[in-house]
Design a binder for this molecule. Sequence first.
Ligand code: MN
Ligand code: MN
Length: 307
Amino acid sequence: MFMRVNKLQIDLPAPKTMDPNAGAALQELLGGKYGEMSTLNNYMFQSFNFRSKEKLRPFYSLVASITAEELGHVELVSNGVAMLNNGPDSDADEEDGGDISDVPFEDMKDIRLAAAFLANGGGATPSNSGGIPWNNDFVTTTGNVVVDLLHNFHLECGARLHKLRVYETLSDPTGREVCGYLLVRGSVHAHAYALALKKITGVDIEKMLPTPNIPLGRIPECQKYLDEGSHRRLYTFSPEDYTEMAGIWGNGEMALPTDPPGELEVVDGMPEGGKIHQLTGVPSAFTPDYAPEEMFEIATKLYKASR
Ligand code: MN
Ligand code: MN
């Protein structure tokens, strides 16, 4: 089962400006073929369907714990998309919805994914940068451990390629931070699946990395994650389970030669994480409503009653 923590895996900087087309580009990392919905659902269903879980415990634990991290990536990218769609943080909600007959959102008909505003109020959905829905055809769960791990290795390398391209389109700090962090974590996952394949087959697949051939050190947004050693860590994302993956990730294995040196390590639990942004309401778009004051008042009373 799953436990939920009300944090993002990292702190995201607020966007400098409202940029729904940047949000649309970031959607590729959420609902694209190689996006976070794909990594999540591949590993999640592979872990549910995994045969001989006890006997293959280190491999099962690896796939199961990375599943939890990927769910957090879905959350992170979704927040990034919504933040770019909605613009800079504001302390106060808009007081009044204003004149809705005065085309307040004329610009929104020209954004790349108009449905992101018209249907979703600036929120993210599991679709790609062209608005095409994510679907089950992106899930591979064959029941064969080597084929599934090979698929996962390919998926992480492909995701890295797409992350690099999305990164190259974005100037806003919010989207760039999402890409920088996910590039580091995606490299960890590609490395982890390579090591898992090496343990089973004896082939040094990790020597193919980094694929594509851009070291993380070339990307400024990756730097602080490299400095703190994120590229050497896998988290169990569990109070006590999944520690057996240390036989694969650890056990004398070292960071990739293109990254800062050090031994790989499994960390119990989860990263410290960062805050979830408020997503300030826009009453003229009826989010959370045209005149939300009464709603806020009811919520305040309910909050007090819960204390
Ligand atoms: Mn991911
Ligand atoms: Mn991943």
